[in-house]
Design a protein around this ligand. Structure first.
Ligand code: FMN
Length: 374
């Protein structure tokens, strides 16, 4: 039962109710085999669902094998990957109230990279590299391979790959499909003039640069049941002179809305390796606020949101309709419990964990007062 806070008030996306406005941001786990989810995903997502967020967004999930960031990314391009995702969704759903989204993605020129703990650089041939593609043949960074420029055949294939992955997600029982159009991955590579130097109908003015992303969105929307919510994640700025701008983001998102996108998660950066990003608490919230005002889309804010009062203020000041937290959930999967307690809301304990409540367990008070007190 929701109390007075905004954070714990339900929100409805295309008829689907989320019990509260807290989302777990998509976070690559680099723990899949041939795109197939395994036991790590079960414990990771299971634990997050059990903690009470309204939404858990599963990590960037490649629409084709060559669209993976690393060889250990999740995918939705094979029967085995679909079956594993279906099993995962079925297993974790009863653990909590969370709706489950999956982020479908193509890495483009940022693909074929090492997992972060192996360095995160471009894979060598010995490590199993594969050829990458992009809007234009411009490498991500020094030492990275030059991607092949996408041709008409690829455009068609990729539209279908995104739509097929969305169908697989739907069949696997996922509640929401989110298209990754942020962080310098393939769709963003088309959007930004820094990575899109094409002279055909897919390059040049914004109307052309957003043509391919919009075609992808259209084919995904058509592939999904009418009732299924569709979201998008964007980088509202490249933080580099001459890059994609918030003005362009607004125009792109108005077009996305016309194609049937229901909400946007507003992030930034990721396209240019050495961009100077003024990272501080809530540093992307002003982008979210503007986009919310100017597009009328449901908006999720993300980026260094760590504190319940901060999250509550973002919603209270109508900067956004939802918030997503990433690293705060890795640090403390029970973040939702802390937020509920801080805001005077009923805490969404899983029944199995109810004995950890402060009124039943003195240890909780010691934790809240700091380890030093104990
Ligand atoms: C380990 C890790 C993996 C991530 N993987 C993804 C991803 O798959 N897709 C995505 O859009 N963002 C990804 N991100 C970015 C987060 O979703 C989020 O936008 C970012 O961490 C900022 O939010 P935070 O300050 O709450 O962590 C990842 C971040 C982390 C820390």
């Amino acid at each position: 039962m929701a109390g007075k806070s905004r954070l714990f008030r339900p929100v409805t996306i295309r008829g689907l109710e989320l019990a509260n406005r807290i989302a777990v941001a998509p976070m690559c786990q680099y723990s899949a085999t041939d795109g197939v989810a395994g036991d790590w995903h079960l414990q990771h997502y299971g634990s997050l669902v059990a903690s009470g967020p309204g939404l858990v967004v599963m990590e960037a999930t490649a629409v084709e094998a060559d669209g993976r960031i690393s060889p250990a990314d999740l995918g939705l391009y094979s029967d085995a990957s679909e079956v594993a995702l279906a099993r995962l969704v079925k297993a974790i759903r009863p653990f909590g109230q969370a709706r489950i989204a999956v982020q479908i993605a193509h890495a483009g020129r940022k693909g074929a990279s090492q997992v972060p703990w192996a360095g995160g650089g471009a894979l060598t041939a010995a490590e199993g590299s594969w050829p990458t593609i992009s809007a234009s043949p411009i490498p991500f960074n020094a030492g990275w391979p030059t991607p092949r420029e996408i041709g008409p055949y690829d455009i068609d294939r990729l539209r279908h790959a995104f739509a097929d992955a969305a169908v697989r997600a739907d069949r696997a029982g996922v509640d929401i499909v989110e298209i990754h159009s942020a962080h310098g991955y393939l769709l963003h590579q088309f959007l930004s003039p820094l990575t899109n130097k094409r002279d055909d109908v897919y390059g040049g003015p914004l109307d052309n640069r957003m043509r391919f992303p919009l075609e992808v969105i259209r084919s995904v929307r058509r592939a999904l049941p009418h009732s299924k919510p569709l979201g998008i994640r964007i980088s509202a700025s490249d933080w580099v002179e001459g890059g994609f701008t918030p003005d362009e983001a607004v125009r792109y998102l108005v077009a996305c809305k016309n194609e049937g996108v229901d909400y946007v998660c507003v992030s930034s950066g990721g396209l240019i390796a050495d961009a100077k990003i003024p990272v501080r608490a809530g540093y992307q919230v002003d982008f979210a606020w503007r986009i919310r005002r100017e597009t009328g889309l449901l908006v999720r804010a993300v980026g260094l949101i760590t504190d319940p009062d901060q999250a509550e203020a973002i919603l209270g000041n109508e900067r956004a309709d939802m918030v997503a937290l990433g690293r705060a959930f890795l640090d403390d999967p029970r973040w939702v419990w802390r937020a509920a307690a801080a805001l005077g809301e009923p805490v969404p304990y899983a029944r199995q964990y109810e004995r950890a409540q402060p009124k039943l367990w003195p240890g909780a008070r010691r934790r809240v007062n700091g380890m030093a007190a104990g």
